[in-house]
Structure formats: C-alpha cells, structure tokens
Design a protein around this ligand. Structure first.
Ligand SMILES: [Zn+2]
Length: 222
C-alpha cells in the first residue's frame, strides 16, 4: 500500500477499499488548519458510509447507545459531519443535530432552520461525528456550541485522524475514537518544503485562503 496508515478497527480490506476510492491525494495542499501538506484526505460520502457504517455502529454500541435511545444526540458539523450524523442517527433511530461553521471566524452555530437543534441538544448526551480530525479546531468549536446549549459531550468519533498530536484531551472531549490513523505530514507555511520548491498549489480544500494571501504563488492547472 505504501501509505503510513495505522489501522484501528477496520480490516485491511476495508482500508484498501477506502484508499482505492481515491480518498487520499498526493500534491501540495493548504489545509483548514492553515498548514500545508503533500497529502489530502477527501472522503466521499456515499462510498465512505457504506464502508464505515459498520465501524460507526460498533463504536456507538461500545458507547452504550441503544437503538431508539432518545437520550443521545448525534451532532456533526457541515458538510461531511452533518451527512454522517444524520445518516447514522437515521439508521439508529436516535435524535440528531447539525451545525454550520463560519469559515472566516471558525465559529460553530446552529442553522436558522429547522431551528430547534439547541433544544434537541439541551440536557442530552452528545456524540460528535465527523470525517477527518486534524488539529481539532472545528471540533472544539462544536464542543463549545453543544455545551453552551446545555448538552453534555460523551465522545467524538471520526473516520480518520491525520495528526497523532490531537487527542481527546487537546480537543476537550472525554473520549475519542476513529477508524484510521493517518501519518500524513504537515508544516507551517514558512517551513513547507513544497512552498520552498515553488511546487504549484492544488486547487483543492482551502486553497483560496492561501491564494488571497499570496496571489502570486503558482496554482496547479485544472
Ligand atoms: Zn506549501
């Protein structure tokens, strides 16, 4: 496989299937964290949920979630977290909520409509779901939103973690679980070897934020 992945709960076959979807790209990327990497995880929902829902169901069961348990809420941030949370909540017949993320400020907030997510979360146990955990900046904002709304965080579940320094403690959750651990390198822009070599930046992910700051830096052709 040639990838520095450490599998957690999934089988070798599942891991190969995830990789074969083209979820992990090589290039020069500007991440949400503002750091750069030569690897980018782009997890597509439809295939991904088919491969990973057994793991997610298993993790929910380990956390004591019973089918139809209305004392639990699954919460995910837009976009993939929302998709995963609503899908899993549907299959478990338990409540869900999702939130928006303000890209400029990084803050999490409930959408105007349907408008009752703060009430749904209040006094319930919350499990956060999302696809990719890097620094956990988004997750910390979602934790704050949930706690400000009177919900109690039980755990956070991710499909993949791509930074081993990010732990339950650093994101402020009692428990953290994920399907795959990815040892993808990332660097501050000032220390990025790809920037040093003027390797064109891929127009994937958060490249626009980089382009606004460094409009003369070459971009990869479409
Ligand atoms: Zn770079």
């Amino acid at each position: 496989m040639g990838m520095n992945t450490v599998k957690r709960h999934c089988t070798e076959g599942t891991l190969q299937a995830i990789e074969s979807l083209g979820c992990f790209k090589d290039g020069h990327f500007h991440l949400k964290s503002g750091r750069h990497s030569n690897k980018y995880g782009q997890l597509r929902f439809a295939e991904l949920i088919r491969l990973t829902s057994p793991f997610l169901n298993y993790s929910l069961k380990k956390l004591g979630v019973q089918h139809g348990d209305t004392s639990i809420v699954l919460v995910g941030p837009k976009t993939m977290g929302r998709e995963i949370a609503t899908y899993m909540a549907g299959s478990q017949e338990i409540p869900y909520a999702w939130c928006e993320i303000d890209d400029k400020e990084g803050k999490a907030y409930w959408p105007d409509k349907p408008g009752d997510f703060a009430d749904i979360v209040k006094d319930r146990k919350v499990i956060l779901l999302d696809d990719m955990l890097t620094k956990g900046t988004t997750t910390r904002q979602v934790v704050k939103l949930v706690e400000d709304s009177g919900g109690g965080i039980l755990a956070a579940l991710f499909i993949a973690r791509r930074n081993q320094d990010t732990t339950a403690e650093t994101i402020g959750v009692p428990r953290l679980d994920f399907l795959v651990d990815l040892e993808f390198p990332d660097w501050e822009i000032s220390e990025c070897p790809l920037c040093a070599g003027e390797v064109p930046l891929d127009k994937i992910g958060h490249w626009k934020e980089f382009h606004e700051k460094f409009p003369d830096y070459p971009l990869k052709e479409d």
